[in-house]
Ligand binder design. Structure first.
Ligand SMILES: C[S@@+](CC[C@H](N)C(=O)[O-])C[C@H]1O[C@@H](n2cnc3c(N)ncnc32)[C@H](O)[C@@H]1O
Length: 299
């Protein structure tokens, strides 16, 4: 059997059916979550933006893949997720593609993540990967793309890293990029799944989630984080590293993403029952064209 395998880690229809009963997307329903979209329109809630957007969205793009939904009944949010899937289908499977045309930020991004993570785990270059550390056994790279973070960060610290990514072509590319690590037994399971359908098969010392939560609706994001919390080993941690706005949300109809504010993220963490252990602004003022980037450690 090969050391890594591509499988679909899906949740049951029953789990999904419970959530389908009421489709509300935003945790802020009292009108305080204002924002704009890339067409310059303002909205009083993320929910109102999303409802308007999905109402006007085409039922299905001609070349779209079948929806990843397990339910036969089409949900309004399928339109939202198909925008994102179609966008990523067109993106090249390279660091340039993963990083939106800024491949040069990869090394500084990985270096600042390494510093943040090793300070949290209380390990250093001499002790990473040694038996003396109890909390560096298994990690998972969530929204892994082609495995940039697995190879540049997680595999340096953890005995084994799993990956979850929605795009089959990125999963295939990741298997090539990570070939040496796969042969060395450093890669566990590689799952091809949308996060809203993903259920954890293993428990983890670290769940690393970077530049992917912007593609999830609030309700799916909270549900995913709840499942992630359940999948933590005792003493384990979730690290989330995402773009954020200074206030309100910024929604992009091109790739089906929503950039959230720090306050919004913290409400989502609370709703998922997570405790904030540490937070840090990363790549501060590195490039004017980038949104501010923040890392959160939670358990
Ligand atoms: C900006 S790239 C970041 C990739 C990787 N985290 C990195 O930093 O190199 C976003 C990735 O998230 C994946 N993605 C987007 N929405 C997703 C979803 N709902 N479930 C799983 N993966 C998703 C995309 O296919 C893409 O590979």
């Amino acid at each position: 059997m090969p050391p890594s395998k591509t499988r679909r880690g899906r949740r049951s229809g029953k789990d999904r059916a419970q959530e389908n009963a009421s489709e509300t997307t935003c945790v802020w329903l009292d009108g305080h979550c204002r924002g704009t979209d890339n067409r310059g329109k303002s909205f009083s809630t993320l929910d109102s933006w999303w409802k308007r957007y999905t109402k006007n969205a085409p039922a299905k793009c001609a070349n779209a893949k079948p929806s990843s939904s397990t339910s036969k009944e089409k949900k309004p949010s399928d339109d939202w997720y198909s925008v994102c899937e179609r966008y990523w289908e067109r993106v090249e499977a390279t660091n340039n593609g993963m990083l939106g045309g800024f491949p040069d930020i990869s090394s500084i991004d990985l270096a600042s993540s390494y510093k943040f993570l090793t300070s949290l785990l209380k390990v250093n270059d001499a002790t990473v990967g040694t038996e003396s550390n109890r909390h560096n056994k298994r990690a998972i790279d969530v929204g892994a793309g082609i495995g940039r973070i697995t190879s540049g960060l997680l595999a340096k610290i953890f005995d084994q890293t799993d990956l979850v990514e929605q795009s089959q072509s990125f999963v295939d590319r990741a298997r090539l990029e990570l070939k040496q690590l796969i042969n060395a037994g450093k890669i566990g399971s590689i799952y091809c799944s949308n996060l809203r359908d993903f259920s954890f098969e293993h428990s983890y010392d670290l769940i690393w989630i970077q530049w992917v939560l912007m593609y999830l609706l609030d309700i799916d994001l909270i549900s995913f984080l709840k499942r992630a919390k359940q999948a933590l080993e005792s003493g384990g941690m979730i690290v989330i590293k995402e773009n954020h706005t200074h206030s309100g949300f910024y929604a992009d109809t091109e790739d089906g993403s929503v950039i959230r504010s720090d306050d919004h993220f913290k409400l989502l963490f609370k709703a998922a029952g997570l405790n904030l252990v540490a937070e840090e602004t990363q790549l501060n003022n590195f490039l004017d064209q980038l949104f501010p980037i923040k890392a959160y450690a939670l358990n």
